[in-house]
Design a protein around this ligand. Sequence first.
Ligand code: FAD
Length: 404
Amino acid sequence: MKTVAVIGAGASGMMAALTAAEDRENRVLLFERQQRAGRKLMATGNGRCNLSNTELSPSNYHGADPSFASFALEAFPPAEALAFFGSLGLLTVREPSGRVYPLSDQANSVVDTLRFACLCAGVELLAAWPVRTIRREGERFRLQTEEQSFLADAVIIACGGLAGGKLGGVSDGYDLLKSLGHSRTALLPALVQLTTDPDYPRALKGVRADARLNIFSEGRPVAASRGELQFTEKGLSGPVTFEISRAVSCLCGRPAAARIDFLPDYPEAEVLEKLLAKCASFGALPCEELFTGMVHNRLGKMLLKYCGLLSQRTLSELSEAELRAAAAAAKDFRLKVRGTEGFDSAQVTAGGIRTSEFDPHTLASRLVPGLFACGEVLDIDGDCGGYNLQWAWASGRLAGRLGR
Ligand SMILES: Cc1cc2nc3c(=O)[nH]c(=O)nc-3n(C[C@H](O)[C@H](O)[C@H](O)COP(=O)(O)OP(=O)(O)OC[C@H]3O[C@@H](n4cnc5c(N)ncnc54)[C@H](O)[C@@H]3O)c2cc1C
């Protein structure tokens, strides 16, 4: 009998443990630092768990060498992952965007399905047992926890990354792998809110808009995306912000500006035409109603404040030059970007253990025989929309095969 130690009972670790347990010759120990398995998983997708995305392509993944992920993702694509979960009793639904959720709309359905499957497969879950050190002992590994040490023939590191600190994001995986000779790239928060000059966002807190968000640094475009934008106390959030946040993190503090188009389907000339028509037809209305019916009311007033037009005047008193400025504000609203909210608020870590040190076909270490890694601890991160969990399932499945 071979003892397999999986470190971390999160998404990739539970998948790896289940897979390793399919070989009856394996005794599988699943170590978890926290009181419960899958704590971060419980919080995914706002408690709904966006567990996969059927519209997956290699361009959804990032890292020093994103192609590293391809073998695992092709070997266990979304359709197979969903069939696998289906075989464990989990019902799922696919949204038109390709995002997949449990039919129950509850992340705990995913966690419980995995946890019970692990138990039924004979995986020994050791919750609240953080692994502190791992040393080579001959051909085996000596794992040290707070109270006890264990010997294992194979070790799978599935400790996740730094993102979501309050949900258990820690540096343990990087530290354990570094102690065994591995190295990592720089770690940056991704899929995270942006912090900007707070004045306008604070006044718009909670307001959502379908917008195009462009990030510029030193005069050059850095990233752009279209989708739902949300204002927060300190800056910008919402799916469109998450999508460009990785690029902002990678600027590492270099100056950046967010330029927001609140009417992305209307060219500026058409916006101006509409404003002129509004003033001609409703000249007696107060100036603050200029954008009424076009954008969220609070946002409309904010745009007027931004271009210095909020006043006691009526619409008929606004000049064409002033309306041009208003149209420009709606199409190119600028905010100074200060940075991101950091790891505690991030959904994923960009960067990680160097993938060049692992075999993409097995996820075995090229440096230490019997050592494997999967999930976020490796230098692979996905876009918003279920891609990170799909990587966790695919890489966990591959690592759990232990090179078979
Ligand atoms: C708020 C939030 C929402 C998200 N929503 C989504 C979503 O909807 N869809 C999506 O695809 N992705 C989402 N993600 C990202 C996704 O959750 C992660 O990418 C994924 O969980 C990574 O899986 P993992 O197994 O690598 O790490 P994790 O799931 O984080 O699991 C790692 C586990 O290892 C344990 N551990 C760490 N160190 C030790 C140690 N020394 N000993 C024992 N155990 C240890 C940790 O406690 C943890 O349980 C979200 C992330 C966050 C923070």
